[in-house]
Design a protein around this ligand. Sequence first.
Ligand SMILES: Cc1ncc(COP(=O)(O)O)c(C=O)c1O
Length: 375
Amino acid sequence: MTLADVVKPAAAFDVEALVRSAVRAIPAYTREEAPAEPPRRVVRLDWNESPYGPSPKARAALVNFDGMHRYPDIDAAALREALGRYVGAPAGQVVPGAGLDDVLSTLALAIVEPGDRVVISEPTFGVYRSLFAIHGGEVVNVPLTPGFALDADGVLAAAAERAKLVIICNPNNPTGNLFDPGAVERIAAGVRCLVAIDEAYAEFAGVAHRPLMDRYPNVAVLRTMSKFAGLAGMRVGYGVFPPALMPYLNQVMPAFANVTAASTAAALASLDDLPYLEGIVGRIVAARDALASRLREVPGVEPLPSATNVLLVRLPLADAAPVVAELARRGIFVRQFGRPDLGIVDCLRVSVGTPQENQVFVDELTAVLAEGVGA
Ligand SMILES: Cc1ncc(COP(=O)(O)O)c(C=O)c1O
């Protein structure tokens, strides 16, 4: 006889009843399947990472890191100080997290109640829709115009009622473009809720919205060390928030801001190596422009203007999915966004790699299209 024969459960374990309805309603996140046969070489251009990795000082900080047995700095004080200095804000207005995704979670925990409106403009970063819905928010999409401009009037109208948050991704992922500054400012000035500007790609665009916070008390700026600093695997993101919101964000922020001691060491060393990282950004921007020129030479292919380290590329096909799958089979990983309402089913998104990686991508894309895949 086993313990299970003696101790009978009171009733069936009902997982559906256990899980929050907002979570049950979220569609499952699907990842592209790995190719059945491992490709002979892998070129990863799907997650907008830096192809050059972290700065030498960050590498050295990790090699020499000897703090695994100690909790990180209390309240992430040194990290907040350094990030604040970098972005031009007092440390007391900085909320770090395990990546910008984690900062978005902290923000949602602090402000979103079931039924509160969160206004987004798709196509944009996919995490907004699922994260705020998980928190019970009513996610209202005011789509970008066909040319991927912000519909400022539409956002203002959508945010007039019950809105807690407008989130503007600028420059935008996956389209890569920067929005008209007048449209962004009109939204900041015209709503009563928080306007969070996600600047994950700010360093590539050379545009920063921190000064907008001096004019509008409802603006926050969100950033990450994942892209320009090559620290995606270390998970360090941050937000700069209005001072009056900080006590509440501090209250819900996870212990130690969820940033490990090792990640903190890597981030601090990166912020101490900015000239190196600026050089890397310059190389990526030059490689992006060269990649766009080369793509324009492929018949029917149209890379869209980008202020980031990614290019959205229109293909001469109704659906880019078969081409993306064939590229993956050949070891070249890029993304496609299959939701028809986003209006970019005919596009693929490619992160800018090293010049060599970009060349492999262009060559293989040219070959795949010439073979008639997806036609
Ligand atoms: C617009 C945008 N915001 C936030 C993130 C998340 O960044 P992190 O790696 O810091 O979580 C990404 C990552 O791709 C992004 O594209």
